[in-house]
Write a protein that binds this ligand. Structure first.
Ligand code: ADP
Length: 611
């Protein structure tokens, strides 16, 4: 069992007190006993001398001693006066009279020659002894004197006084009892005082122990209250200071951690931290999205167990073994292309960051690069085709074709058409590049889509008529006003209608419709915006589903030969998409049932006055 400091202190104090009390009690009792004895000795000496003085006539001269009864009566009388036993002993040790012995028993009394006080008195004239009486059995203090100092020791008579010490012993017992009582009461008070003292001494310590326990439990708001200015106070002050320091350090660490976490969380790049054995220590949300693995699933596992990607595993092994930065490009099974930058972090122990891998999703970059390369190839191809044609016909003319007027007119006509086509491509390219680079500013004027539809249909109708198409317009009456550039929106609709006419065999049906729709994507503080949905539907050849998302790319054509034959540049829809998006709208293409295509343009309206 372990005792608390409080009890150790209390018991130590009590032990010291008990020892003190016992020693003090013993010493007091002893010194009192000695004092009492010395006093009794003095009193007995005085009494002995006085009685010896009284008995002087008895030993003067050579008178025989009075008879025994008379002697006995005398010693009893003296005993009564001196409050002591009086004995008369002759030099041979025979007891001649004794106040404590009956007359008839006197003859039987033991010879007193060998009693220490008598022996001393025979030798020196006086003797003292303290012992239990052979006759009475009581502890008795004896004093013996030779009655006549001048007489020879062998003939002299000796007076002995015996003072029973019963009273003294009773007094001592009473004294001891009183002392015990006093010390007992003092002890009880001391117990209470020592417990109080121990408590007041150890309370700050136990307070500090409680505070330290709370601190270890994570409560950083603990504060030890103390008014002590001693070492305990200093300790409490140090503990409070330490808590304060700890709190500020932890706050700083938490802040740093939160900032770091915010950085990692907001990064678009995936981050993976590995230890020296290749186990995953940390990943960020972007990494989780890239690999479709949660942090909880990934942490603690070996990276090669999480993704079985040979190139990535090779990069991980390389950075861990070579301890040098690595870079790689990997393609995941879902088609995403990632650039991996692996750098060394330095830690060598388990659970210490050893390598950090940053994953950049470069899928879009690679796609754009691909589009750019395609674009360059397409432009070259598109330009080369009419140029080759022009060159061929010019050479044919030079080779003699010019001599035949009919041939030269036909050839020159072809050269003119190809030149027009070249011009058209260049114009479209120029326009597209201007829109893409932001050089074209769209006007922001309030306009009604109905007027855009009317103007375009009036413009395009002759073309539709040429192919005997039925051109219909369905414009709702409650269309909201939109903000935009009328000329550009006419260009959009004209392009869509031109395509519909081109890619619909003769006698088809082309419908332009405009209706009001809620455009939830453009919700603002003043309520949901409405918008206008403009659709161009034809009954033509349609666009296969797989080609639909790509028809808005530059030079993308479903059927290149047919498009070229129909005079298309492959840039129309790309321009349309840019204009629509420049107005904050969206465009998509769907299939028309049973055949044909439907191009859908959604344009946001300007916020309406809701009063
Ligand atoms: P083009 O000048 O070749 O028409 P566009 O950019 O306008 O180029 O159109 C891209 C391609 O989309 C066309 O080549 C054609 O294959 C397809 N396309 C566009 N509109 C339609 C339509 N209404 N019906 C069928 N195919 C269409």
């Amino acid at each position: 069992m372990t005792l608390s400091i409080r009890w150790k202190v209390a018991l130590a104090i009590l032990f010291a007190l008990v020892c003190g009390f016992v020693v003090a009690g013993l010493l007091t009792a002893r010194s009192l006993a000695e004092q009492e004895l010395a006093q009794s000795e003095r009193a007995l000496e005085v009494s002995t001398n006085l009685i010896a003085f009284d008995l002087r006539p008895l030993v003067r001269g050579s008178l025989p001693l009075p008879p025994m009864p008379q002697l006995q009566a005398m010693v009893r009388e003296l005993s009564h006066r001196a409050h002591a036993r009086v004995t008369l002993v002759d030099a041979s040790g025979r007891v001649r009279a004794d106040s404590a012995v009956r007359d008839e028993d006197l003859a039987d009394i033991e010879n007193h020659r060998t009693r220490p006080e008598i022996e001393q008195a025979i030798t020196t004239g006086a003797g003292t002894d303290l012992r239990a009486s052979h006759t009475t059995g009581e502890r008795t203090l004896y004093r013996a004197v030779r009655l006549d100092q001048l007489a020879s020791p062998s003939t002299a008579l000796y007076l002995r006084l015996g003072l029973p010490m019963t009273t003294l012993e009773q007094e001592l017992a009473t004294l001891k009892r009183n002392l015990t009582l006093a010390f007992g009461s003092a002890f009880l008070i001391a117990v209470a005082l020592s417990i109080w003292l121990a408590r007041s001494l150890t309370k700050p310590l136990s307070d500090m122990a409680t505070a330290a326990r709370q601190l270890a439990g994570g409560n950083l708001a603990v504060h030890v209250e103390t008014s002590a200015r001693d070492e305990v106070g200093l300790l409490a002050h140090t503990l409070n200071h330490m808590t304060e320091e700890l709190r500020s350090k932890i706050e700083q660490l938490s802040e740093d951690r939160a900032q770091l976490l915010a950085m990692l969380t907001s990064m678009v790049e995936g981050v993976m931290v590995l230890d020296s054995k290749g186990r995953i220590l940390q990943v960020n949300p972007a990494w989780e999205r890239m690999f479709g693995v949660t942090r909880a699933e990934a942490r603690g596992r070996h990276s090669s167990d999480v993704f079985a990607h040979p190139k990535l595993n090779a990069t991980v092994s390389a950075v861990l073994t070579a301890r040098a930065g690595q870079e790689a490009e990997i393609v995941l099974t879902n088609g995403r292309c990632l650039n991996v930058e692996a750098s060394v972090a330095g830690g060598e122990q388990d659970n210490e960051a050893c390598a950090v891998l940053v994953f950049h999703d470069i899928t879009e970059l690679r796609r754009l690069e691909h589009i750019r390369k395609d674009f360059v190839a397409n432009v070259s191809h598109e330009l080369r085709t009419p140029l080759t044609s022009i060159k061929g016909y010019v050479e044919a003319l030079l080779d003699g074709g010019k001599d035949d007027p009919e041939t030269s007119v036909r050839f020159l006509d072809i050269i003119l058409k190809q030149s027009d086509r070249l011009n058209l491509i260049l114009e479209d390219l120029l326009q597209l590049s201007k829109i893409e680079s932001g050089q074209v500013q769209f006007k922001q004027e309030p306009l009604h889509v109905g007027s855009v539809v009317d103007r375009t249909i009036a413009m395009i109708k002759p073309l539709a008529d040429k192919k005997q198409h039925r051109l219909r317009a369905q414009v709702d009456a409650d269309l909201p006003i939109i903000n935009g550039d009328q000329e550009r929106l006419v260009q959009v609709l004209a392009n869509l209608l031109d395509n519909a006419i081109k890619y619909t065999p003769e006698g088809g049906e082309i419908t332009v419709a405009a209706r009001r729709i809620p455009v939830l994507a453009h919700r603002t503080a003043d309520g949901p915006h409405t918008g206008v949905e403009l659709t161009v539907t034809d009954t033509g050849i349609g666009i296969p589903e797989k080609d639909r998302p790509r028809v808005f790319e530059r030079f993308y054509r479903v059927d290149k030969a047919r498009s070229r034959e129909l005079g298309g540049t492959g840039l129309g829809l790309a321009i349309v998409k840019h204009i629509v998006e420049g107005h904050g709208g969206q465009i998509r293409v769907e299939g028309n049932v049973p055949n044909g295509s439907r191009f859908v343009v959604c344009l946001p309206a300007e916020p309406e006055d809701r009063d």
